[in-house]
Design a protein. Structure first.
Length: 271
């Protein structure tokens, strides 16, 4: 089964099971069995009752799937911060956002949602590789952040928009991308996720309405408002296009592997 590429689990309680337990991807032993079997196994059932396994599997699925959701939210900020820092350094431009602005955005699009989503029940089957799943979820939003903020910076230079106003536009665009990402992470929606998304959006609007100076948010001029509206309308199409592009990568890789495999087989036959 392992040679065929399947993940394999092995259960046992005796010395004769030790070799198979060591080779398995997931090894489960009973505490009432031999000490050697328990020592080489990854999981030991202390009550020696296999009826506990469905709950163990459900808990594992909940942890892995929920951490994937939460990690994707955090990784978006890391991706755009890293590349945006390089862009500003190379282009000798001012960094477009301040810590005060990011504190509101991070709290409402990353911190609170990830905490709630991490504790939510989740029994979906774990699919794919953890790191690849997280990157494929986070990278489109991170790239969208970079494109719209860089575009805003160019517009600001071209039309002489003040730095404080440019910083506010960039922060608002990061918030828009953050809520688009949160929306995607919450799919499929249930009662908890609907309440979470709506409450975060309401809190963000309330923060802008009643505590804008606290978070260094400046009032936008007519020109700044137009720039924000244009790039805010571009957020979803850009994110959707990048997401589709990333979804095509595994298909192209598999197609390339098949082509290479066929060529290797043909060359072997010819030789």
């Amino acid at each position: 089964l392992k040679n065929a590429g399947h993940p394999v689990a092995m259960t046992g309680d005796g010395v004769n099971d030790v070799l198979a337990l060591k080779e398995a991807d997931c090894s489960i032993a009973m505490a009432s069995g031999s000490d050697v079997a328990s020592q080489v196994s990854q999981l030991v059932l202390l009550n020696s009752d296999f009826s506990a396994m469905p709950a163990v599997v459900a808990e594992g699925r909940r942890v892995i799937n929920n951490i994937e959701r939460s990690a994707a939210l955090f990784l978006v900020k890391n991706i755009f911060s890293f590349f945006l820092a390089w862009i500003t350094i190379i282009g000798t431009l001012a960094y477009p956002v301040t810590p005060a602005q990011l504190s509101l955005i991070n709290a409402l699009t990353i911190g609170i949602p990830s905490f709630i989503l991490a504790l939510e029940p989740n029994t979906n089957i774990v699919r794919g590789k953890f790191l690849r799943n997280v990157l494929y979820r986070a990278a489109p939003a991170g790239i969208t952040d970079i494109l719209v903020i860089f575009g805003t910076m160019l517009f600001s230079v071209a039309f002489s928009i003040p730095q404080d106003e440019t910083s506010t536009i960039a922060a608002l665009l990061i918030a828009v991308v953050g809520f688009v990402m949160l929306y995607r992470v919450c799919i499929p929606f249930n009662r908890i996720r609907k309440l979470l998304f709506a409450s975060m959006l309401v809190l963000f609007i309330a923060g802008l309405a009643f505590a804008a100076p606290l978070f260094s948010m400046e009032r936008l001029s007519f020109g700044g408002t137009l720039v924000f509206i244009v790039f805010a309308l571009l957020v979803y199409p850009i994110n959707h296009a990048v997401t589709r592009a990333f979804a095509e990568i595994p298909k192209k890789v598999r197609r390339l592997i098949r082509i290479m495999t066929v060529k290797i087989r043909k060359s072997k036959l010819l030789s």
